[in-house]
Design a protein around this ligand. Structure first.
Ligand code: ZN
Length: 171
C-alpha cells in the first residue's frame, strides 16, 4: 500500500494534470471558473490531501497528515482509536464525512473549553451558510483528494456497503 508520501505525490501529480486541463478548458471557453472557485477547490483539495487523509485512522502510526497538524496531531489519536484502519474511514462517501465531523466536534469542544476558562473572550462568528457557488468547489476539491487516496489504496467505491463487508487487509 502507498505510504503517506506516495499518496501526497499522487495527489500533487493529479492536481497538476487537472489544473493544466482546466486552464486549457477555460482558455477555450469550454468551462467558466472564477478565481474564487479555483482557490476554494485548491484549498479544499490541499486540506484533504495534507491534513485530512483517510490514514488518520492509524491511531499510533506516524501518519503524514498527523505530522502536518504539528502539536495538534495528538487530537487525531482518538479518531484512530474510533475507526479501524481501512474500515469506515476508507469508505467513499461516509469516510470523508467522518473526518469533517470529527474536526467540527473538536472545534466545538475547544470553543466550549475556551468559553469555560475565559468567559469574556469574544470568539469569531460562526460562518454564514455558504452559497452553492462556493460550496460546490469546496466539496469537489475535498472529495477528489480523498477518492484519489482510496483509489491508490485499491479501495472500491462500494467499500463498507457490501454484504459480509470485512476490513481490507493490510495497510
Ligand atoms: Zn489509506
Amino acid at each position: 500500500m502507498p505510504s503517506g508520501r506516495v499518496h501526497n505525490l499522487i495527489n500533487i501529480a493529479a492536481y497538476s494534470v487537472l489544473a493544466a486541463g482546466a486552464l486549457v478548458a477555460v482558455r477555450q471557453q469550454w468551462l467558466v471558473v472564477t478565481p474564487v472557485q479555483a482557490l476554494n477547490f485548491s484549498l479544499a483539495y490541499a486540506a484533504g490531501t495534507f491534513l485530512l487523509s483517510p490514514d488518520l485512522d492509524l491511531a499510533e502510526g506516524k501518519v503524514d497528515s498527523k505530522r502536518h497538524w504539528g502539536i495538534l496531531g495528538v487530537l487525531w489519536v482518538p479518531y484512530g482509536m474510533l475507526f479501524s484502519h481501512r474500515g469506515w474511514s476508507h469508505s467513499w462517501v461516509i469516510g470523508p464525512l467522518t473526518r469533517l465531523a470529527y474536526v467540527a466536534l473538536i472545534g466545538l469542544l475547544l470553543v466550549g473549553i475556551l468559553k469555560f476558562v475565559a468567559p469574556g473572550v469574544s470568539l469569531p462568528q460562526m460562518p454564514q451558510p455558504l452559497s452553492l457557488k462556493v460550496t460546490v468547489p469546496l466539496v469537489l476539491g475535498y472529495y477528489l483528494s480523498q477518492w484519489l487516496h482510496l483509489m491508490a489504496d485499491g479501495v472500491r467505491p462500494d467499500h463498507g456497503l457490501r454484504k459480509g463487508y470485512r476490513r481490507v487487509r493490510g495497510r
